[in-house]
Write a protein that binds this ligand. Structure first.
Ligand SMILES: *Cc1c(COP(=O)(O)O)cnc(C)c1O
Length: 461
């Protein structure tokens, strides 16, 4: 098809929207390693996980054989409020870069939470509601996940308790107020409302909190209150499943115009947007039907895939969650204080970790000043102010397009634009003022994190 015939924005009709999520684990010959019970080191069972997550989500978490799972009608109706999300042909960026590459991005920032996280928030809230639960608890760092969950819970009439890392609670009042607008209760963590919070406050008076600590509080709150469960916005296989809506829509839109992406790029924090974007394409590759190149992009200051260990590790600093086998920097790893670009989780989704380990996906790390340069370049020609997280993918998409300018190759590039950056203007300000510095942890810095990875036969010996 000639260039002119492909519109700037490809939208699907409502009736073309996916009615099932795709579970890429079903097509993996070697499956991701199971979650382990940290006490017994045996795989977590349905019964083990039930007190923490709601039943249907436990089933999805443990299911690595069913390829397609129906999206309940109520979730599909909710999706229709803000989906299908546009697949955009970045004609303006291509022109600016003077590249023969064809660049597409799937834009997930068109909802109040400003990111893709709403896709899984509504699914998790729906199953909690179906089970007759009163509410859910969770943690949030910067606030995107907490916002998405608040929106989903208010829509369904569920109570939503968010433990927000204290430093963000104090420094990001706008995110906090968006959550409260949707009726969520937001507690700065660590707090006096949980045993683990009290303990941390007694040991470290004046601490400003961390994500790992907020997770421990949210899990305790869920398991000690009748009618509550805990929900998590990334990393878990169920979250990748819900996020497959991103890839399914992208693929349907591209198929409509006969477009085959050569290169699929996404930013990777816990791996949910990237996993969701690549899933249906990876499925084709795993079944031997097509070939693609997949690239995960992570910050050089939090390089779990490119410099981490592939081992069983804790998902939280409080060590209350199951052990997951993943590329990890150790649950005690905390990125340098001057890291402003998000994607600061210490581990990576078990599904993506396994695909990466099998050589089916590549990973690169990028430094934050380069990321903000790309963000600004993109904002100026494509009319969207991107989230710092998303801008990691933009950086590599631009680099690949510039390589095409050198070689004359007309590659088709697809990348995930996960969200908008309006709540990240302090980070943009640092960049504009020249106060942003790049920091790459030394091997010595990383060793401290690796030392915290549990040792047992077959793991990190
Ligand atoms: C949370 C978030 C990410 C990273 O999370 P993943 O689970 O790795 O997708 C990326 N972009 C935005 C805008 C986010 O809010």
């Amino acid at each position: 098809m000639s260039k002119q015939e492909i519109p700037y924005k490809i939208y699907l009709e409502e009736h073309e929207m996916p009615t099932q999520w795709y579970n890429v684990r079903a097509d993996m010959k070697k499956k991701p390693a199971p979650l382990l019970n940290p006490g017994t080191l045996k795989p977590m069972t349905f019964e083990d996980l039930r007190p923490v997550f709601c039943d249907e989500l436990v089933k999805q978490e443990l299911d690595d054989t069913t390829p397609y799972i129906d999206i309940p009608q109520e979730i599909r109706d909710f999706y229709k409020m803000y989906r299908p999300s546009p697949l955009v042909r970045a004609y303006c960026l291509e022109k600016k870069l003077d590249t023969p590459a064809k660049i597409y991005y799937k834009f997930e920032g068109n909802n109040t939470s400003g990111s893709h996280k709403l896709n899984s928030a509504i699914a998790q809230a729906y199953y909690a509601k179906e089970q007759g639960l009163k509410g859910v608890t969770t943690e949030t760092g910067a606030g995107q996940w907490g916002t998405a969950l608040s929106m989903a819970c208010s829509y369904l009439g569920l109570d939503c308790n968010v433990y927000m890392v204290k430093v963000s609670y104090e420094q990001k009042p706008f995110r906090r107020e968006v959550m409260r607008t949707y009726g969520a209760s937001v507690t700065p963590s660590p707090s006096e409302t949980t045993q683990v919070g009290k303990k941390i406050l007694a040991e470290h008076p004046g601490t400003t909190g961390s994500l790992g600590c907020a997770i421990s509080e949210a899990v305790e709150a869920a398991t000690h209150k009748e009618g509550y469960r805990y929900v998590l916005g990334s990393v878990l296989s169920q979250v990748l499943l819900h996020q497959s809506i991103i890839g399914l829509e992208s693929k349907a839109a591209m198929d409509k115009y006969g477009i085959h992406p050569d290169l699929i790029i996404g930013c990777a924090g816990g791996g949910s947007n990237l996993g969701g974007l690549i899933s249906p394409f990876m499925g084709e590759q795993l079944r031997g039907e097509a070939n693609y190149q997949f690239i995960a992009v992570e910050p050089a200051s939090c390089p779990s895939l490119t410099r981490g260990k592939y081992a069983y590790d804790f998902c939280d600093t409080g060590m209350v969650c199951p052990l997951a086998k993943m590329y990890t920097l150790g649950s005690g790893f905390i990125p340098s204080a001057n890291h402003a670009g998000g994607l600061r989780y210490h581990g990576m989704s078990s599904v993506l970790s396994e695909l990466y380990d099998q050589g089916l996906m590549q990973a690169v790390s990028v430094e934050q000043t380069q990321v903000f340069q790309a963000a600004e370049q993109f904002a100026r020609v494509e009319g969207i102010l991107p989230a710092p997280e998303s801008s990691h993918a933009i950086r590599v998409a631009i680099d690949e397009a510039l390589k095409c300018r050198e070689t004359g190759e007309e590659k088709t590039i697809l990348f995930g634009l996960t969200g908008t950056g309006y709540f990240d203007m302090v980070a943009y300000e640092k960049f504009h003022n020249g106060d942003m510095v790049d920091y790459i942890p030394t091997d010595e810095d990383l060793k401290a994190g690796f030392d915290g990875i549990p040792r047992f036969p077959g793991n990190m010996e």
